[in-house]
Write a protein that binds this ligand. Structure first.
Ligand SMILES: Nc1ncnc2c1ncn2[C@@H]1O[C@H](COP(=O)(O)OP(=O)(O)O)[C@@H](O)[C@H]1O
Ligand SMILES: [Mg+2]
Length: 447
């Protein structure tokens, strides 16, 4: 018997246990099984274990071939459904071949075998299983329910990603010491939010990421959602000024409703400086109303109560006023990377590419003032230049050339924006977490 047969039987058994035991719900199914059996707004009883569903969940191309010779399986030639004809035989067959950790990864089966294996514990299995709220199909279903066609503008304002859809993880990012500490702290806070509520510490879970464009603010917020296995809800504030002004304040309320329905989740509000601008300038009343709604909603939101981690981001801290600063519990600075950080970023972005004579330190010395995003662009340039010469290999010289042409273009671009302060690289100073950005947060000036 192959492992593939074990995979297929496990799937069939899981579906059968779920069908029979009505105390179980979708959160007792491993995500792959749940997603293969999903039907619009849940997993029906009985679940539709078609050959395609089995193939999707197990990655076995011809599931029936794997289990046809077993005494306890049968295929309906009309519907293509594979089913168990003798549950007890199937259970025994599976128990003789599966190890405890495998069962522990499947809450429905953990419930079945809890008494037969020492290391199998249903409650723990369910606790460790990724919740249904993090599945792409659950998120899509919720958004469809909440927003009908009249709400089209809403879909411009908010974008939701399931954790499995997030590509850049925290491991792909080079973080400062302060950023590492803060991401760890907030991970712990989420994990222990019940405890925090118990001890009355409710002022956690609202972070503001501050720093120039391309320094990893968005990627870090996404990476956090990925690490915590939570949905990532992103709001683009500039979309508030879209043409559908009348409904805007209502839409902002809906964004927060989405976040609460998806909770636990990460709510990321980018372009936070937009808020400050509308408070001071003489904007359309509907936008002002929307911004006030937003600030009020932020005040009412709580990690401990609502299970929503709020992350704001801004490229322009100087535009934020005290009323905005005081809404966040923690300000996390995203400075331009130092030389050692640039070398590390270069190592990461070239991971999939062979570079002859690669010397990241030398490149780092040559790229003062460039952000992580700039370094990615440099690499892209070098790869494309090489392709033009029909090469898929790169050398250090190619990268150095790409840096040079990047800086020429960057120089032209900067002639337009002289007000942007030239950042100096403080290689020697190691407290890059404490740059000037903090000075913009007055201690207790209020509005
Ligand atoms: N510190 C970093 N380490 C690795 N990659 C980085 C870093 N900062 C930025 N990048 C890369 O640059 C790109 C843009 O980053 P992003 O998170 O969108 O920046 P921001 O939101 O601050 O403008 C991403 O592809 C990201 O991977
Ligand atoms: Mg960003």
């Amino acid at each position: 018997m192959t492992d593939r047969a074990l995979d297929v039987v496990e799937f069939l058994l899981t579906a059968r246990v779920y069908e029979r035991d009505t105390d179980l719900d979708e959160n007792d199914l491993p995500p792959a099984v749940r997603s293969a059996l999903w039907d619009g707004d849940g997993v029906p009883r009985p679940p539709q274990a078609t050959a395609e569903a089995v193939a999707e969940a197990t990655d076995v191309a011809d599931p029936w071939d794997e289990v046809a010779s077993l005494m306890f399986t049968e295929q309906d030639s009309f519907s293509g459904r594979i089913r168990l004809v003798d549950d007890d035989m199937a259970k025994e067959w599976y128990a003789n071949r599966a190890e405890a950790p495998r069962i522990q990864a499947n809450p429905a089966l953990a419930a079945t075998y809890e008494d037969d294996f020492d290391d199998v514990d249903y409650a723990a299995a369910r606790e460790a299983n990724r919740p249904v709220q993090a599945d792409p199909q659950w998120i899509d279903g919720l958004l469809e329910d909440m927003f009908d066609e009249d709400d089209e503008e809403m879909l411009d304002l908010v974008e939701v990603q399931a954790p499995a859809e997030i590509e850049t993880t925290l491991d792909d990012l080079v973080l400062t010491d302060e950023q590492q500490t803060e991401t760890q702290k907030v991970s712990k806070a989420i994990e222990h939010r019940d405890y925090l509520a118990q001890v009355g510490l409710v002022e956690v879970g609202k972070l503001l990421f501050v720093g120039p464009p391309g320094t990893g603010k968005t990627s870090t917020a996404r990476g956090l959602a990925h690490r915590l296995d939570l949905p990532f809800v992103e709001v683009k504030l500039s979309m508030i000024t879209s043409q559908y002004l009348g409904e805007t304040a209502k839409n902002v309320e809906k964004v927060f409703e989405v976040a609460k329905r998806l909770a636990p989740c990460v709510l990321f509000i980018d372009e936070f400086d937009f808020v400050a601008k509308t408070r001071t300038s003489d904007e359309h009343a509907a936008i002002k109303r929307a911004v006030n709604t937003l600030l009020k909603a932020i005040d009412e939101m709580s990690l401990v109560k609502d299970d929503v981690l709020l992350v704001g981001a801004t490229n322009h801290p100087d535009e934020l006023d005290a009323a905005v600063w005081r809404r966040f519990d923690e300000i996390l600075s995203f400075p331009k990377p130092t030389k050692p950080m640039r070398a590390d970023i270069l190592r990461i972005v070239t991971r999939g590419i062979e570079v002859e004579d690669f010397d990241p330190e030398a490149l780092a010395a040559n790229t003062e003032g460039l952000t992580g995003s700039d370094l990615r662009l440099v690499l892209r340039e070098a790869v494309l230049d090489a392709l033009v010469e029909d090469r898929t290999t790169l050398s250090q010289a190619d990268l150095l050339d790409a840096v040079e042409s990047f800086e020429e273009r960057d120089h032209l671009r900067n002639l337009d924006s002289l007000e942007e302060a030239v950042e100096t690289d403080d290689e020697g100073a190691h407290d890059h977490g404490h740059d000037h950005d903090h000075e913009h947060a007055p201690a207790d000036a209020d509005d």
